[in-house]
Design a protein around this ligand. Structure first.
Ligand SMILES: Cc1cc2nc3c(=O)[nH]c(=O)nc-3n(C[C@H](O)[C@H](O)[C@H](O)COP(=O)(O)OP(=O)(O)OC[C@H]3O[C@@H](n4cnc5c(N)ncnc54)[C@H](O)[C@@H]3O)c2cc1C
Length: 430
């Protein structure tokens, strides 16, 4: 039996039924980035009536908008790792152009920083990377299932991914971690520079590198097109209602429902439960409810440019420069830079230039850099252990937040996880 078809029919029928006057819907999903969209899908697919609430005028306009576009299911390495102790002074002193820290005395920042440092041990790194790899496996399966049932265009492809290493020590460390990836079920090989160039001829222009990590099954896709395409599916096939231009204010929680008001208006959404998928805005939203979310922003940049004469086909990460190259249809999406503790999304022209020039130095003809457009900056919602927070926070509130550097990768799997938790809570009631 095709479960998704029956769930789809059930959801459509329930949505079509005129709701009793002020009967709450089953679930309000707050935030329509990749995480909120996948959450709405996973809930609606299970036959629940869902309302999506988003501050912007359309989905996918937050951090999800123009990220690196890599679906790196097997590259889920936790950011906190022992090698960071060595690099930390350089980051704090602004010596590493790709990774900067803006320290502050804000108690939340300090608490986060201490928790992050506690995670910089070998044992914690393995534990958290393993947890993220499990999420990677689930996400790849969930996304494939979604695409099989609802084919829609978002420049989705499976070109494989390569991590370039320019020094032997870094490659040796990656090789050690690679064993975990294979144990998790991913195909991943360490290849020498010559073999890497055979797989991806564009690397003949990459200058000196000692080898690469090659993961043939990794995928790419445009997250903004994904959000728009999935919204059409949610409305058409599952009767999901989307409330855009709706900045959610503090919810009113009663024994049987939660009412979410729009800030500065009389509009409200009433639901039996809500799932918070507010990305970088989650901590501020949750704090007045007494729910602490350990999330700090890590600003990054991207730009798009037409494909160059030697545009790579595989998705690439230049680990030394911390820059990713991702072919999306006829354009090259290039992303990078990490500024921990920076809260604004303004595009600093000097930082954007640093990214463009770093990419040009790494792969001079990957893109037509002089025609680069759409410079963009976004805030990665970082947790100190790099594992998203997907849990029930109270009777009616669920969290799906803190996806850090890999929210696009983890969105589908985290959506499934939180939907299972909501359903389990419903079962408790019956
Ligand atoms: C430069 C860069 C490159 C990246 N590259 C990759 C990559 O290659 N692969 C990968 O997997 N990940 C990547 N990421 C990370 C990824 O983009 C994020 O983890 C992911 O987008 C987080 O998704 P989200 O849905 O949680 O947040 P968002 O996309 O920010 O969605 C949250 C939504 O909540 C809305 N909102 C906020 N407050 C309210 C409110 N009060 N009421 C209603 N709505 C509200 C916002 O408008 C927003 O639409 C990258 C990030 C950056 C910055």
């Amino acid at each position: 039996m095709d479960h998704s078809r029956s769930a789809k029919g059930e959801a459509r029928a329930r949505a079509a039924k005129a709701p009793e006057d002020d009967a709450p819907v089953d679930v309000a999903v707050l935030g329509a980035g990749v995480v909120g969209m996948c959450t709405a899908y996973a809930l609606a697919r299970r036959g629940l009536r869902v309302v999506l609430v988003e501050r912007a005028g359309e989905p996918g306009r937050g951090t999800s908008f123009a990220n690196g576009a890599q679906l790196s299911f097997a590259y889920a390495d936790a950011l906190a790792q022992p090698s960071l102790w060595r690099k930390m002074p350089g980051m704090l002193a602004d010596l590493d152009p790709a990774f900067r820290v803006r320290p502050s005395f804000d108690p939340e920042f300090l608490r986060w920083g201490l928790a992050f440092l506690r995670n910089c041990t070998g044992a914690r790194f393995s534990q958290k990377t393993w947890a993220a790899l499990e999420l990677g496996v689930e996400s790849q399966v969930a996304l494939a299932d979604m695409c099989a049932h609802h084919p829609f265009a978002f420049d989705h492809a499976r070109p494989g991914k390569m991590h370039l290493f320019r020094d032997d020590a870094a490659l040796a460390r990656a090789e050690e971690v690679s064993q975990m990836k294979r144990e998790a079920g991913f195909e991943q090989h360490v290849v020498g520079a010559a073999q890497a160039r055979e797989i991806e001829p564009a690397l003949t222009e990459a200058g000196h590198f000692v080898g690469a990590l090659w993961t043939p099954e990794e995928e790419v896709g445009d997250p903004y097109l994904f959000c728009r395409g999935l919204l059409r599916v949610l409305r058409r096939d599952y009767g999901v209602i989307a409330q855009f231009d709706f900045a959610a204010g503090a919810p009113l929680i009663t024994p049987d429902s939660v009412t979410i008001p729009e800030r500065g208006s009389l509009r409200t959404v009433r639901a039996r439960r809500m799932v918070v998928c507010l990305g970088i805005d989650a901590p501020a939203y949750l704090a007045p409810l007494g729910i602490r979310a350990a999330i700090q922003p890590m600003k990054g940049y991207s730009f798009a440019a037409p494909l160059g004469a030697h545009a790579p086909h595989v998705s690439l990460t230049d680990t030394a420069r911390k820059i990713v190259f991702c072919r999306l249809g006829k354009t090259m999406r290039i992303a990078g830079l990490a500024e921990l503790g920076v809260h604004d999304t303004a595009v600093d022209p000097a930082r954007l230039r640093a990214l463009v020039e770093g990419a040009r130095a790494g792969l001079p003809h990957a893109a037509r850099y002089d025609e680069a457009k759409d410079g963009w900056a976004g805030l990665r919602p970082m947790r100190p252990d790099s594992v998203p927070e997907v849990r029930r926070a109270s009777e009616r509130i669920f969290l799906n937040i803190g996806h850090g550097m890999l929210g696009w990768t983890f969105a589908a799997g985290c959506g499934e996880r939180v939907a299972q938790q909501v359903l389990a809570a419903d079962c408790e009631l019956h």
